[in-house]
Design a protein around this ligand. Structure first.
Ligand code: CU
Length: 128
């Protein structure tokens, strides 16, 4: 492993830790809702490759209440099954945005985006 890649890996790891500290927790659903597993399909339009898919999958898996994550780089979608008492679509979208990717209508964290592998830094098209 070259020094540059090693340094980049360390940087991304630290960034992921800091991004998690700053993630918003104020949009949790009320405890009165029935505990149920809900499936959400989240659009991630700038996802490009399997590395992107892994980054997104890892970010979502850190959330409490996630039961299953499937990320499809071709369809540019993340399919997440989660406990509705613990999570909602917006919190999942926030986690993906904190990892450097637009998610539904939530815009990516630019610092995280700039720390992605150069090949994963996909610019938005005009309609995104
Ligand atoms: Cu990628």
């Amino acid at each position: 492993m070259s020094t540059a890649i090693y340094k980049t890996t360390i940087f991304i790891t630290l960034l992921a830790i800091f991004a998690r500290c700053g993630s918003k927790q104020d949009a949790k659903p009320s405890a009165q809702e029935q505990p149920a597993i809900v499936k959400a399909v989240i659009s991630v339009p700038t996802m490009k490759c399997d590395i992107c898919a892994g980054t997104i999958s890892d970010a979502v898996k850190t959330l409490d209440g996630v039961k299953d994550v499937k990320v499809d780089a071709e369809k540019k979608q993340a399919t997440v099954e989660y406990l509705s008492v613990k999570l909602n679509q917006q919190l999942i979208a926030n986690a993906i945005a904190n990892a450097g990717y637009d998610a539904n209508t939530t815009k990516r964290n630019e610092t995280a985006f700039n720390a992605l592998m150069p090949c994963c830094q996909v610019q938005r098209t005009a309609n995104q």
